[in-house]
Design a protein around this ligand. Structure first.
Ligand code: HEM
Length: 522
């Protein structure tokens, strides 16, 4: 009996010890696994962890749950050291650069910092289906060279000088009529500018009248609007796996947006083949000015390989994506700035009246008129500094080990320029939160900068600079000149933007529902 008790005790204590051992080993494995998960999923890869970085949790909480105003975001940006900041992004951990020297390094070395978007990988989400093709914005290498050659022939006449200034004027006139029809009160200028630039682009890109200004609820405007809205949905932007076939049944609205995109792409495809037929039937060359006709015409040019229908479509899409909301948002932000700064609004008006006269009728500015509007030019530049309609350039990937501002950046790292933070970098811009157009006057603050860095880049810079820059600048000028001649405007008393501008959007940023009160001058 005594003997068996002793054996039992020994046995129990051995089991107990073993149990403790198992628990300890299990706990150690759990801890190691948790740490590995934390290390892999929560922190940036070790090879770039020396760059100041956000924590994944912080990023997601700030992105999805906290509605920071633009001014708060600017404050957050002040925390970022050295102009380099690493954060999780749609394509993975990405270094966002906002120092003039760092920005110059990236934009002046397009062979080291190449476009990172992998077009072949994923053509299932709305974003990739619409803009992920072999297009001018995202392609690289030989593909890009070929596209650039074609667009040098087509875009130059369609989008550079001479820009279709009469078209800008005619379309703006319809917007003025709509403001009048609404009685000028509480006019949603975010929406109106969006519709105006859509109509302009529709005509310039493929000679199509969306009629978004005359009939905002028509089918094509509705379809296009739903695509654009779906592109700025944060959930699907940051978690693209949800935006694909097997998950879509969970999101009926998203499913509908996919259907609308299919409809839009079919319409483009039909338009391309119709245009081909018309061009073949008419034979006359040089009389067509829309981008689509010029792209088809370029096939006759022996110096370039013509584009396939698919390539033409992918590039038409990118012209819409890059050229529509960007200009609309730029104009909306200018209207906001001038509503808040009545003195400069009047100064701008006097400049327009000086060059276009004060007759009580709409005057469509000519190219020569537009070029004389120097103060308005400063207002446009300053507004694009404060509220760049594009928050950053499309991501690049490094093709070799390199350095930005002395920090080591290994090969295969994603890098982008944060245009927004560059333009609010306190080390560069005095009183960066204030609207001071005179910064861009001759010998103003901007003129004093050295060319050791790039301080202002709403359109990017270098080899991949925006191809529609001139088009957009003249479009903005015409719209503003015509608005200034016809109206004075203010923010309504109950405006949500009274203190600070409230914005929305991810890639392109706009003032949210900017309501304006207009007073007619004639
Ligand atoms: C205020 C208006 C606009 C802004 C702020 C803007 C901004 C930009 C920026 C920052 C880039 C460079 C992207 C990068 O480096 O990754 C870019 C490129 C581009 N933009 Fe714009 N853009 C505007 C208007 C337009 C318009 C009106 C069009 C055409 C209709 C257009 C077409 C393009 C294209 C095709 C590219 C790619 C150029 C290339 O890589 O060779 N943009 N734009």
């Amino acid at each position: 009996m005594v003997m068996s008790d002793t054996i039992q005790k020994v046995f129990l204590s051995t089991n107990y010890k073993r149990g403790i051992q198992y628990i300890s080993i299990g706990t150690a494995i759990m801890l190691a696994l948790s740490y590995a998960c934390y290390d892999i999923f929560w922190l940036p890869p070790r090879r770039i962890r020396h760059i100041p970085h956000w924590k994944y949790t912080n990023f997601f909480i700030k992105t999805f749950f906290r509605k920071a105003s633009l001014q708060e975001k600017i404050k957050q940006s002040a925390d970022i050291r050295d102009g380099l900041n690493l954060r999780p992004d749609r394509i993975g951990w990405t270094i966002h650069v906002s120092s003039p020297s760092g920005v110059k390094t990236i934009l002046s070395k397009p062979d080291v910092f190449v476009k990172a978007f992998n077009k072949a990988d994923n053509k299932k989400t709305i974003y990739e289906r619409f803009v992920g093709g072999n297009n001018l914005l995202l392609s690289e290498g030989e593909d890009y060279k070929r596209l650039k050659k074609v667009t040098n022939i087509t875009v130059n006449p369609a989008f550079r000088r001479p820009v279709p200034i009469q078209l800008f004027g005619r379309m703006t006139q319809r917007t003025l009529q709509e403001i009048d029809q609404m009685g000028g009160k509480q006019v949603d200028m975010t929406d109106l500018c969006n519709r105006l630039t859509l109509d302009i682009l529709g005509k310039a890109v493929f000679d199509f009248n969306f009629d978004a200004t005359g009939d905002p609820h028509n089918e094509w405007t509705h379809v296009y609007k739903s695509i654009m809205e779906s592109m700025s949905n944060k959930l699907f932007y940051y978690l693209p796996f949800l935006d694909q076939g097997k998950w879509l049944w969970l999101f009926p609205k998203r499913y509908q947006a996919h259907q609308n995109l299919t409809k839009f792409l079919n319409m483009l495809s039909e338009m391309i083949s119709n245009k081909r037929q018309t061009i073949a039937a008419n034979h006359e060359e040089g009389t067509r000015n829309d981008l689509l006709s010029l792209m088809i015409d370029s096939e006759l040019n022996e110096e370039v390989d013509g584009l396939t229908d698919e390539e033409i479509m992918e590039n038409l899409c990118i012209f819409f994506f890059a050229g529509h909301e960007t200009t609309a948002n730029a104009v909306a932000f200018i209207i906001y700035n001038l509503a808040k700064d009545q003195e400069r609004q009047e100064q701008a008006r006097q400049e327009v009246l000086h060059h276009l006269g004060d007759a009580p009728e709409d005057i469509l500015p000519t190219l020569e008129d537009a070029m004389k509007l120097t103060f308005i030019n400063q207002i446009m530049k300053e507004t694009m500094r404060m509220y760049g309609p594009v928050s950053g350039i499309s991501p690049r990937i490094t093709t070799e080990d390199t350095f930005i501002d002395g920090a080591f950046i290994p090969k295969d790292t994603f890098v982008s320029v944060s245009i927004f933070r560059l333009h609010h970098n306190e080390k560069v811009w005095k009183s960066h939160n204030e609207f001071i157009p005179e910064r861009f006057s001759p010998e103003g603050e901007f003129d004093q900068f050295t060319n050791e860095g790039i301080q202002w880049a709403p359109f990017g810079s270098g080899r991949r600079q925006c191809i529609g820059m001139n088009f957009s600048l003249f479009e903005q000028k015409v719209v503003l000149a015509m608005l200034l001649r016809k109206y004075t405007w203010t923010l309504p008393e109950d405006s949500i933007h009274k203190e600070n501008v409230v914005t929305s959007g991810i890639i392109t940023v706009c003032p949210k529902e900017l309501r304006i009160n207009f007073e007619r001058r004639y």
